[in-house]
Design a protein around this ligand. Structure first.
Ligand code: ADP
Length: 955
């Protein structure tokens, strides 16, 4: 019901309430009225009966109590009243005298009297009692002489009451219906008084909320609470409108502000973009400018260095003039290194510096760096050493050139800023997971140090610790910035800790993938096992490193740090106590060789093998310590493999020690170490160079090698000359007006393809400084690459593979004779040159030539070249295999070409032929027969390595 009402409209609710209330009131009133009516009617009926009964009671005969029949007759007269059921007469003692019943009265009057009667009214001496609604019992006294002589009692059923009641009910219903109708009518009228203002409010609220706004204010219809409500509602609407208005105004203001700001922001963004574009453009322009400038500088540098080098070696100069030429050359080389730094820096700025990934051994790189800087360190009396503890994880894949650059910079700085003491390079390798090795490099010196506040900024570009030291030592302040960027490119971090006056410790860590095919450092471990060695070394760190290395080979080491103590040890020892001596020649307290002299005086040590560690390349063993007396001499810095090999060859000369092979690049050679060059024979050379100065330099350098060349000033002229005559090698400048070197070579290759002429080797000469140059040259069909400025040695090494073995084999001026391409030369080499030893895959003539180039008493050039070759050729064979798997003909071509050149260098004629065949196959773009060729090539390569091992061991 409640729920049902809650769903009704307000008007209906009001109507319902009014009708409901009116109905309820009417009902109550009617009920009360009817009840009263019934009671008064019953009372009046009862009183009529009383009157009737009194008339009977006052009758003389009836009250005599002598004549019963008479009494009955008198009582029977009450029959006139239809409601009377029975009449009884009682005497004064309450005993029944007689009674008359008029109907099937169930109860006697006496009995009925005994029953409970309600509503008794006693008026003087009469009594009226009711039971139920209609049953009445009336008692009237019978008076005789003023004394109660008995009583008349009447029982009646006042049924006529119902008829009366029915009429009254009918009337009441009629009245109710009438009243209800009036109530509904009035409710309908009245409800409007309440609901109309509410409806009005509702209509306004709806019109406003729907946004139609057809009705903006509610109409006040009365002054009562509803009127007040309407007023309040209207006021509220006005207030809302006012707020709405101010909100809109505020919003408008805000929008305007936002618009203004957006416009300003857009302008700022556009400005910023423009600024960024300008900055990027400027940066690009700057970098391009730097690159161009570097290129432009490198071109005249080519002339400066070339001419200085020619002068330096010229026999026409006296000593002073030669010194001047050497100074010019050294300064030029220093200038070139600065230009290279600037170039690297500009490349990094434009993000053009890319890292290579090739197999290399960390130890090789570190030892090369140490060797490169050894002379500079030794000239300052510094001890330069490397401490590489681990054997595992050093064969890695990465950019060895860039790692070398970082190390050269750090070690170079350490040597530069250290006046006394030592420079130590330590390498630690911790395999961080199955895939990678974290390699940590540390370069520690005992130099001037860096103030702590400068340690953080020292890696920023152009930052130098102290202008006075800069003036003293020179430098651009770019080296550390470049190193930092390179380390970060390799995914590592670099840092420094330093104490002014005590020294600095630069360290960096990089993660390198291990080279699964990399060679392990497997020394001839057993050879030194159990050997008792007396080690004398003045420098504590170097002594520790040497001890570690010796004990690592299972030798038993007795160490001393002075000549005095060493002699004491020898004096106190007995024959056979030491199997070998390792003695530093330069000790703090004297000449280390004094120890050897003292030992030799004792017969039991007269033949004990001794390894003398020298400090300068110029130094050498004195006559009494010359080989033959089981003495070996190794100059610092010591390569681990050299130390091992030399020791083993001393203590076990009969053992055929497989020398571990080191990769040493030509660039690494100290300036003092020059290749011994022999005039080489190349039939006809064409030099394509537009710059007259560079032409002159190149011609002079070629002259230095005993070669002459024809010149062409541009690509077109070169093509004309190449069409008219046959050339054995073309030296091609890349950047020329009209037709540049790349286009010229491409055209030449096309012409060769069309005419079926053999391939003319083209070597690029370029001063281009940007990356990818070598690749561009190769892609254009060139065979080699020489970066300007180049030295006579570099020119020699580059041209050597193209040497004609027999001058008679070709006549340049004879166009009918087929041109000798390198592969053809190589193929012919076996028959023309000295025949290879029976079954040997090597050309002895080539090996002899290499040997003859080495300086007497200097480095073993054959070993170096063989070392170089072994490292490189293995890598190239891997590259070949991978390139064939990838089906990448240009990569096969490149690798085969490189292997061909280097194999020709070491006289591996058959291998050179196979490489040339593979190169030719790759050139066709189809690698179908490549696998078969590779198999033969790998087999031949193994034979070559074995033969080379024999050659170097024999040396
Ligand atoms: P450059 O050496 O060409 O000036 P670098 O970037 O290599 O540039 O070095 C920046 C500066 O850091 C050097 O000028 C020097 O002040 C300081 N520095 C670098 N290495 C060392 C070191 N081992 N000992 C002391 N100072 C060093």
């Amino acid at each position: 019901m409640k729920n049902w009402i809650s769903h009704l409209s307000l008007a209906a609710k009001l109507r319902f309430m009014i009708v409901y209330a009116a109905g309820a009131a009417l009902l109550v009133a009617s009920t009360l009225y009817i009840t009263g009516e019934v009671l008064s009617l019953r009372q009046s009926l009862a009183e009529q009966l009383v009157t009737l009964a009194r008339s009977v009671a006052q009758d003389e005969s009836s009250v005599n109590f002598a004549n019963r029949p008479l009494a009955q007759t008198i009582l029977g007269s009450l029959r006139v009243d239809p409601s009377v059921r029975s009449v009884a007469l009682y005497d004064a003692g309450g005993r029944l005298f007689t009674s008359v019943s008029f109907a099937d009265q169930r109860h006697s009057a006496a009995e009925q009297f005994q029953q409970r009667w309600t509503g008794a009214t006693a008026d003087g001496n009469q009594t009226i009692r009711f039971r139920g609604l209609t049953l009445a019992h009336i008692q009237v006294p019978v008076m005789k002489s003023g004394v109660v002589a008995g009583s008349v009692q009447v029982d009646a059923d006042l049924e006529q009451l119902y008829a009366q009641l029915q009429r009254s009910l009918e009337l009441m219903c009629l009245a109710l219906i009438l009243a209800g109708t009036v109530a509904i009518f009035l409710a309908t009228r009245l409800e409007r008084v309440i609901s109309a203002p509410i409806d009005e409010l509702l209509a306004v609220a709806r019109s406003i909320s729907s946004g139609q706004r057809s009705k903006l204010r509610a109409l006040k219809q009365s002054d009562d609470e509803m009127g007040t409500l309407v007023d309040a509602f209207n006021r509220m609407l006005s207030e809302l409108e006012r707020r709405d208005l101010s909100l809109r105004m505020y919003q408008n203001d805000l929008e305007k502000m936002v618009q203004e700001r957006t416009v300003r922001l857009d302008a700022a963004v556009a400005e910023a973009r423009e600024a960024v574009a300008r900055a990027e453009g400027a940066s690009r322009a700057k970098s391009e400018f730097l690159a161009r400038m570097s290129h432009e500088i490198r071109t005249p540098m080519n002339a400066v260095l070339g001419m200085a080098e020619l002068l330096r070696t010229s026999k026409a100069l006296d000593d002073r003039q030669r010194r001047y030429a050497v100074t010019i050359h050294q300064s030029g080389a220093a200038l070139l290194s600065i230009i290279n730094d600037i170039l690297d820096y500009s490349k990094m700025e434009v993000g053009k510096l890319e890292l290579e990934s090739a197999p290399f051994n960390v130890r090789d790189v570190v030892e090369d760096v140490i060797e490169t800087l050894a002379e500079r360190a030794q000239s300052k009396g510094l001890e330069l050493m490397c401490d590489i503890a681990e054997n595992k994880g050093l064969a890695v894949l990465g950019d060895a050139k860039r790692l070398r650059q970082i190390l050269i910079n750090l070690v170079g700085n350490a040597v530069k800023f250290t006046q006394r003491g030592e420079v130590r390079v330590a390498v630690r390798c911790t395999p961080d997971d199955l895939l990678n090795s974290a390699v940590t490099f540390e370069v520690a010196d005992t130099g001037i140090g860096i103030r702590p506040e400068n340690c953080a900024t020292i890696f920023e570009s152009f930052v130098q610790e102290d202008p006075s030291t800069t003036r003293q030592h020179g430098g651009t302040g770019l080296g550390l910035a470049i190193s930092k960027q390179l380390v970060e490119l390799m995914g590592g971090t670099i840092g420094v800790s330093s104490e002014p006056g005590k020294g600095s410790r630069f360290h960096f860590s990089i993660t390198l993938a291990p080279d699964p095919e990399g060679r392990r450092e497997s020394d001839h471990a057993a050879a030194l096992s159990g050997m008792r060695i007396l080690l004398m070394e003045g420098n504590a760190n170097l002594r520790r490193i040497l001890r570690k290395q010796l004990t690592g080979w299972d030798a038993k080491v007795t160490e001393t740090d002075s000549v005095r103590k060493a002699i004491q040890v020898l004096d106190g020892s007995f024959g056979g106590q030491f199997d070998a001596f390792v003695l530093d020649s330069r000790m703090p307290d004297g000449d280390g060789l004094d120890v050897l002299t003292a030992a030799r005086k004792r017969p039991e040590f007269a033949n004990t093998p001794a390894l003398i560690i020298g400090s300068s390349p110029a130094a050498g063993p004195a006559a009494e310590h010359q080989p033959g007396r089981r003495v070996a001499w190794l100059n610092k810095p010591l390569r681990r493999s050299e130390l091992h090999t030399t020791l083993v060859s001393l203590v076990a000369p009969d053992l055929n020690v497989t020398r571990r092979l080191q990769v040493i690049s030509v660039q690494n050679q100290n300036e003092t170490q020059q290749l011994r060059r022999e005039p080489i024979s190349i039939g006809q050379l064409l030099l394509v160079e537009d710059n007259p100065v560079n032409q002159e330099v190149a011609l002079a350098m070629l002259g230095e090698l005993g070669l002459t060349a024809q010149c062409a000033c541009n690509g077109e002229e070169a093509l004309e000359k190449l069409a008219a005559a046959r050339y054995d090698v073309v030296l091609m400048d890349c950047h020329m007006p009209k037709l540049d070197g790349y286009a010229t070579t491409r055209r030449l290759r096309e012409l060769e393809g069309q005419s079926g002429a053999p391939r003319t080797p083209v070597i690029a000469l370029t001063a281009n400084a940007l990356s990818g140059d070598a690749e561009r040259c190769l892609a254009a069909g060139m065979d080699g690459y020489l970066s300007k400025p180049f030295s006579v040695d570099e020119l020699y090494v580059t041209l050597k593979p193209y040497e004609r073995r027999s001058p008679a084999s070709t006549r340049p001026s004879d166009p009918a004779t087929p041109r000798a391409a390198p592969e053809a030369q190589a193929a012919a080499a076996g028959s023309r040159s000295e025949p290879a030893a029976a079954g040997s895959p090597l050309d002895q003539q080539a090996l002899r030539q290499i040997r003859s180039l080495g300086k007497p008493g200097g480095i073993d050039l054959l070993k170096r070249i063989v070392d170089l070759y072994v490292g490189n050729s293995r890598g190239l064979i891997d590259s070949l295999r991978e390139a064939i798997i990838r089906n990448d003909p240009p990569a096969v071509h490149q690798a085969a070409h490189s292997l061909k050149s280097s194999s020709a260098n070491v006289g591996a004629t058959r291998l050179t032929e196979l490489c040339a065949a593979l190169e030719a196959t790759a050139k066709t773009g189809k690698l179908a027969s490549a696998w078969a060729l590779l198999d033969r090539l790998v087999e031949e390569h193994s034979r070559v390595l074995l033969a080379l091992e024999g050659e170097t061991a024999a040396a």
